[in-house]
Write a protein that binds this ligand. Structure first.
Ligand SMILES: Nc1ncnc2c1ncn2[C@@H]1O[C@H](COP(=O)(O)OP(=O)(O)OP(=O)(O)O)[C@@H](O)[C@H]1O
Ligand SMILES: [Mg+2]
Length: 488
């Protein structure tokens, strides 16, 4: 369990606070009830003694003791009500004492007779010598109208009060943990439900990348911080979207703008190179300037392709086409390139495999991959090109037995301008944009590109593209291209 999580911390706080409040409430209830019960028991003993004194004993001189005893028995029935009543005469002799109560809650026999002249009324707890009940005893001196002195004692067992308190303690002791546990469970559940929208937001936010910035997060309609958060995140995504679009359009516009002056420059240089009165040195210099200009033009063309694909502005003609046939034709057109380097180019395309896509762009993918295979294989080597069907995909594989790619470079080769060996790659005309274009085009077709390579053994590039849906009649598009320039 994550103890730092907001859910855990809130639940702990809430349960702790609840437990503390319940404990406080339980304690005050316990002590409040205890003092109330004790007070009401004392009060009833005091009232009883006063009643005996005023109503029956005051006129004992006139009514006689037997009458008083009868009245007490009749009015208070101490044995039945579990009360203790004793009236002691001024000389210490007992005039009346109640017997053992019927429920046997205490045994009054042997309770010491009070001193003959207690100074004032008192209440105290006593343990009767027999039995185990505790007795609350009120002792009150009284002088009758005929000046005879008495001591009235009224008592009641303390047990009922204690058993009520014990019952309360038990209820609180058992009930409180149950309430706390239930509220922890409930709190955790409620927190979980309350945080579901946050999880949804997180998942949606994780799905948004620079490629789908037009998507938005679900707005949580709760009217609280969560709604504000989702709206704020959405407006941030919108700002990012605008910034990205701006940058992409800028790159596309910049490369487009560079094209014309470069074409003019190339034309001028070509014309200059034709001048008959040029000396050898100048002709060489112009030649190398022309080479650099052509390199620059190639980079600009590649950048334009990538930035247009990025901006989603590239014109993609989606037609049904046969990848096997396209590959075979392209390989034939590139055979010369391979033969120049004395490299054998094998091609295996056994069946017709139909996919949907832009023929010119897919051709560019094949050209770029074969161009790399030939470029990075020493003379005398071989390159194999294969097209196969794999479940719902068409697979194109270009395999060479050349210099290979070091493992630490494998994750970078699809990045723009990345070249493993810059000096060598530059010497053979590489700009580091060919594979970036391959990846962009594959992505735009809903496909994937993978690479496996072992240094100085060779590389294998695999492309997977989704097969075309079942044929609806239009047939295979058989437009041919003769633009076989690599990497553009
Ligand atoms: N078949 C391969 N064998 C060995 N290394 C390769 C192979 N294909 C690509 N690479 C390495 O990956 C780098 C990037 O390839 P990429 O095609 O993007 O650029 P490039 O070939 O250098 O230039 P461009 O294709 O733009 O003319 C290359 O510079 C090279 O180092
Ligand atoms: Mg290349």
């Amino acid at each position: 369990m994550n103890t730092g999580s907001i859910r855990f911390r809130l639940t702990v706080w809430y349960a702790g606070l609840l437990a503390a409040l319940l404990a406080l409430f339980g304690a005050s209830m316990y002590f409040g009830l205890a003092s109330y019960l004790e007070w009401s028991l004392k009060d009833s003993l005091v009232k009883q003694a006063q009643q005996i004194a005023v109503s029956h004993l005051a006129d004992v001189g006139m009514t006689g003791e037997d009458y008083v005893v009868g009245e007490i028995e009749e009015h208070y029935a101490p044995q039945i009500n579990s009360r203790f009543v004793r009236v002691t005469r001024g000389d210490g002799s007992v005039m009346y004492v109640s017997g053992t109560p019927e429920d046997g809650s205490f045994d009054p026999t042997g309770l010491p007779v009070p001193p003959t002249a207690p100074v004032e009324a008192s209440i105290r707890e006593v343990h009767p010598p027999r039995g185990d009940g505790e007795l609350l005893l009120y002792t009150m001196p009284f002088v009758a109208r005929d000046s005879s002195r008495f001591v009235i004692e009224t008592g009641a067992p303390y047990d009922p009060v204690e058993s009520v308190l014990r019952g309360l303690l038990l209820t609180l002791g058992l009930g409180m943990p149950v309430v706390v546990v239930l509220s922890i469970g409930g709190g955790y559940f409620v927190m979980r439900r309350a945080l579901v929208p946050v999880d949804d937001l997180t998942q949606s936010a994780e799905r948004i990348t620079s490629r789908n910035l037009n998507e938005r997060l679900p707005v949580v309609k709760t009217g609280d911080e969560l709604e504000r958060l989702s709206i704020a995140l959405n407006s941030m995504v919108a700002r990012l979207d605008a910034a990205f679009t701006h940058i992409r359009r800028f790159s596309a516009d910049a490369s487009h703008e560079l094209r014309t002056p470069l074409t003019v420059l190339r034309g001028e240089l070509e014309e200059l190179a034709q001048q008959p009165m040029l000396n050898e040195e100048s002709r060489e210099r112009i030649g190398s300037a022309l080479e650099e200009t052509e390199r620059l033009a190639k980079i600009v063309e590649s950048l334009l392709v990538i930035s247009r694909l990025d901006a989603g502005e590239a014109r993609m003609e989606r037609t049904r086409l046969d990848l096997a046939e396209l590959t075979a034709t392209t390989v034939e057109q590139l055979r010369l390139l391979a033969e120049d380097k004395n490299i054998e180019l094998f091609c295996q395309t056994p069946e017709s495999i139909e996919i949907e896509g832009d023929r010119a762009r897919l051709k560019q993918v094949i050209v770029n991959l074969i161009d790399n295979a030939v470029k990075y294989t020493p003379p005398g080597g071989k390159v194999e090109v294969r097209v196969t069907r794999e479940n719902d995909n068409a697979a194109l594989e270009v395999r060479d037995f050349g210099i290979g790619i070091p493992s630490e470079a494998l994750s970078h080769i699809f990045e723009r301008f990345y070249r493993v060996d810059k000096a060598r790659s530059r010497a053979i005309g590489g700009t580091g944009l060919g594979l970036a274009i391959v990846k962009s085009i594959c992505g735009a077709h809903g496909g994937k590109v993978e690479v496996e390579s072992v240094e100085s053994e060779g590389s294998r590039f695999r492309i997977r593209l989704p097969l075309a849906a079942e044929k609806t009649g239009s047939g295979v598009n058989s437009r041919t291209e003769d633009d076989t320039r690599p990497a553009v």
